[in-house]
Design a protein around this ligand. Structure first.
Ligand SMILES: Cc1cc2nc3c(=O)[nH]c(=O)nc-3n(C[C@H](O)[C@H](O)[C@H](O)COP(=O)(O)OP(=O)(O)OC[C@H]3O[C@@H](n4cnc5c(N)ncnc54)[C@H](O)[C@@H]3O)c2cc1C
Length: 404
């Protein structure tokens, strides 16, 4: 591993640091420091979206919203090292969330790669400027980890496709103007034993008649994700992204972008650990004399450092043009394990008062740790469930190493 930065990378980091130093304080003065949906229900989510929209607009004005996009589309064509620096700097200042995370990191790059000139011109500016919110509609009740089992159908009828079926867990679909959906254009593919075939990607106007979003109340009481029902919804052929039947290829490109720039997580988690210790010192100091708690703190700290180095090792491999196995799936596992370990540690360190929920007058630190305790469960489900990640590591990384 070589930790030295090139002059170009240093200039990138310094420019970003300077931009954040100038632009983050006035944003926080306008909106306050809180970045989660608040006390729940759809109103909390909607306010959080407005805050994110404003932050993304300011980032875009500084050309810091879509660093991986081509320069002609407001990007910086950032290198892998610059992605890590970006992620670390954003974590260091605890930057607010952005409005179109899906759109900027996954959907936008796919439209640029697979879309026609007309499609790029139509959709890319709205993603970047935060004028239009996007969602990503892949999962179905019988197609989560086994995504290729999806069955929501899109059957060609003249200049339209007619869509029927159900998606689930679609984040912010009820707030989105557009969604990138994967639909089954060849319903015989699953029966033929070729489920990865016959899937097509579409960009769908969420206001199309025949589409109904039903928000699902989640474990912390927010209404962030949805069931999306399609009943004879007609979508134009011109909204198809890529060829009919090429959806799996488009989707894999989209999901691949999810793993970029997780290096900052080690910084966020280290800051969380420091912060929970100082809260415990003020509210429940005896816990910090407990040998078991002390050992858990030390283990968590060691695990955070391991995660940081794992990410650097993956980066080194990418720079050398090698496969980033098994570091990338290991880092995903490490992240979900640590996110949950830290949340459990926080609640144990803070004692009974630490269990008081957000909104209560005596809640420690606004009840944020209690909220995290339940919310962090998502980290072992989203972006690849833990058991499935372990299968991937076993199948591809260990077996591949054995053969070498
Ligand atoms: C907060 C959150 C936001 C989300 N947002 C979106 C979104 O915007 N758009 C979208 O399309 N989806 C979204 N999802 C859905 C997410 O992609 C799925 O939850 C995920 O793919 C897992 O699918 P599933 O929930 O159907 O679980 P399943 O795949 O049914 O898994 C259930 C359990 O079985 C285990 N399991 C499954 N297969 C195997 C196997 N082969 N071997 C061993 N164990 C196995 C899993 O590890 C898990 O523990 C979101 C999920 C969450 C939690």
């Amino acid at each position: 591993m070589d930790f030295a930065l090139t002059a170009e990378d240093e200039a990138f980091r310094d420019e970003l640091r300077a931009w954040l130093a100038t632009n983050l304080p006035p944003f926080l003065a306008d909106w306050g420091g809180e970045d989660d949906p608040g006390t729940g229900r759809s109103t909390g989510v909607a306010r959080s979206q407005e805050r994110r929209k404003d932050w993304q607009r300011r980032l875009n004005e500084g050309r810091w919203a879509a660093i991986n996009w081509p320069k002609v589309w407001g990007g910086r064509e950032a290198t892998p090292v610059q992605n890590v620096l970006y992620s670390e700097e954003m974590a260091r200042v605890r930057a607010p969330g952005i409005f179109n995370a899906n759109g900027l990191w996954q959907i936008g790059p796919m439209i640029i790669r697979w879309g026609t000139e007309e499609q790029v011109e139509r959709w890319i500016p709205g993603i970047l400027s935060a004028d239009e919110h996007w969602c990503q509609g892949f999962s179905e009740p019988e197609a989560g980890s086994d995504l290729a089992n999806l069955r929501t159908s899109a059957i060609r009828d003249g200049d339209d496709y007619v869509v029927n079926g159900q998606k689930i867990w679609i984040s912010t679909a009820h707030l989105a103007k557009w969604g990138l959906f994967l639909l089954r254009t060849d319903p015989t593919a699953i029966e033929r034993g070729a489920k990865h075939e016959g899937i097509t990607a579409f960009i769908i106007d969420m206001e199309t008649p025949g589409i109904e979003c039903r928000p699902i109340r989640d474990i912390v009481g927010d209404e962030m994700f949805n069931e999306v029902w399609f009943t004879d919804a007609r979508i134009p052929v011109s909204s198809r992204l890529g060829d009919e039947g090429a959806g799996w290829q488009v989707a894999m490109g989209t999901l691949g972008h999810e793993r970029v720039g997780t290096a900052g997580l080690a910084i966020t988690m280290a800051a969380d650990l420091r912060s929970m210790i100082s809260v415990a010192r003020a509210t429940n100091p005896d816990a910090l004399d407990d040998p078991e708690i002390r050992e858990r703190i030390a283990r968590a700290w060691t695990d955070i450092e391991l995660t940081r180095l794992l990410n650097y090792r993956a980066l080194t491999k990418i720079i050398k043009g090698q496969k980033n196995w098994p570091e990338v799936p290991l880092a995903k596992l490490q992240w979900s394990h640590l996110a949950q370990t830290l949340a459990e540690l926080a609640v144990d360190m803070l004692g009974p008062a630490g269990l008081l929920a957000k909104g209560g007058p005596d809640a420690v630190d606004g009840g944020n740790w209690t909220r995290l305790y339940t919310f962090q469960r998502y980290t072992s489900i989203g972006a690849g469930a833990t058991e499935v990640q372990k299968n991937i590591i076993a199948d591809r990384a260990l077996l591949a190493n054995k053969k070498e």
